[in-house]
Ligand binder design. Structure first.
Ligand code: TYM
Length: 370
């Protein structure tokens, strides 16, 4: 790779190596600026209404990254079928997730927003990665163990190889920064192992697939269940009381926060006092994320308050932040054709970036080209 050309044989500008330069030909925006930026990729499964955990742990950071990154955001419907799903509702759930992302601040003219099954490059690269990843590596994935539990023989092979598809999602774009909640950390470490093994096996050690930097940001990288401070808040938890959905109305939010599990002590005035109090830590972390501060400054402001008092303040803040999102989401869903057009356009842009990268990966693996 030192002949002044990139791996597709295109001349490199000024002889400078820039692996992130894949101008999306048909993009709507000032992509001339964008190509110099680091590329971000992240995804969310359309397996339910997004929760406060998805919002604070991931989506809110996605919105901020749009300022100075080339962002690609994907509704991962291929991942959504790794668990039993209802084929009658998947398409609408995908559309609803796209609407939620736009309502939360993803700007489809700045970022590429699309759904995974529309870009086949993901699947082609995922297959290659399934042949690169070692069974031993997959066996270590805690999320598979958590989901499948003792009944692993009855879960799909797709759930088992899920992290290979996730690595393909990211690396098909040569993305280098991946904003996620804390629960995805292990999958991103595996993606880096896959990238390195591919580079070693098929590229003579050259960095064809770049290393990924996980962006696990802010005081709410792991929002916990409102019913159990040791369990992650999840869209698929059977108890609706365990989570705040982005579509919950003001009364529902207030009620869920009022009923949230807490302990009898008032709030401590410093972070050391959160030790062994997971529910208190969770409610403080949520407030900190919503106000762009940290646990310590929330405790400086509210330390000494009882939970009754604090929960009212927190519920008001949540309503103020989430209601406009829910309202915008409802408005967007009134015009499904526009959402579909946004996703179609996004898929075209995504494909233009992924296709040459995945073709090159296929060439490196040695597939016949006729
Ligand atoms: P998913 O759909 O479970 O969640 C989407 C994002 O929300 C984050 N998240 C949370 N953050 C904080 N607290 C919580 N309680 C919480 N619950 C969820 C997740 O960490 C995630 O960032 N495997 C991914 C989707 C995916 C992906 C990718 C992500 C597929 N391909 C490539 C990044 C890059 C998932 O199941 O997300």
């Amino acid at each position: 790779m030192n002949d002044g050309r990139d791996f597709r044989g295109r001349a490199r500008s000024g002889g400078r190596v820039d692996r992130h330069r894949f101008p999306p030909e048909n993009a709507a925006l000032p992509f001339s600026e964008r190509t110099a930026m680091q590329r971000v990729f992240s995804g969310i499964q359309p397996t339910g209404i997004p929760t406060l955990g998805n919002y604070l742990g991931a989506v809110r950071n996605w919105v901020k990254l749009q300022e100075d990154h080339d962002c690609i955001y994907c509704v991962v419907d291929l991942h959504a079928i790794t668990m039993t799903h209802d084929p009658k509702t998947l398409a609408q759930a995908t559309r609803e997730m796209a609407a939620a992302l736009i309502a939360a601040g993803i700007d489809p003219t700045r970022s590429t927003l699309f759904h995974q099954s529309a870009v086949s490059a993901h699947l082609r690269l995922a297959w290659i990665f399934e042949c690169v990843v070692r069974l031993g590596w997959l066996n270590r994935m805690t999320q598979f163990k958590d989901k499948a539990g003792k009944d692993r023989e009855n879960f799909s092979a797709g759930l088992y190889t899920y992290p290979a598809l996730m690595a393909a999602d990211i690396l098909a774009y040569h993305a280098t920064r991946v904003p996620v909640g804390d629960d995805q950390r292990q999958h991103l470490e595996l993606a880096n192992d896959i990238a390195q093994k591919f580079n070693f096996d098929f590229c003579a050690g050259e960095t064809f697939f770049p290393l990924i930097e996980p962006l696990i940001l802010g005081p709410a990288a792991r929002v916990m269940s409102l019913r159990d401070g040791t369990k992650k808040m999840s869209k698929s938890d059977p108890s609706d009381q365990s989570r705040i959905n982005l579509t919950d109305d003001a009364d529902t939010i207030a009620l869920k926060i009022r009923r949230a599990k807490t302990d009898p002590e008032p709030l401590p005035s410093d972070t050391a006092g959160l030790e062994g109090r997971p529910e208190a830590r969770n409610l403080i972390g949520i407030y900190a994320a919503l106000t762009d501060t940290d646990h310590a400054s929330v405790l400086r402001e509210h330390g000494g308050r009882g939970f009754g008092d604090y929960k009212k303040i927190l519920a008001d803040l949540l309503v103020a932040k989430l209601e406009p999102i829910a309202e915008e989401m409802r408005r967007l869903l009134g015009d499904a054709a526009t959402i579909d057009a946004i996703l179609r356009d996004g898929a075209g842009r995504a494909e233009a970036i992924a296709e040459p990268i995945v073709r090159e990966a296929e060439k490196r693996v040695g597939f016949l080209r006729v």
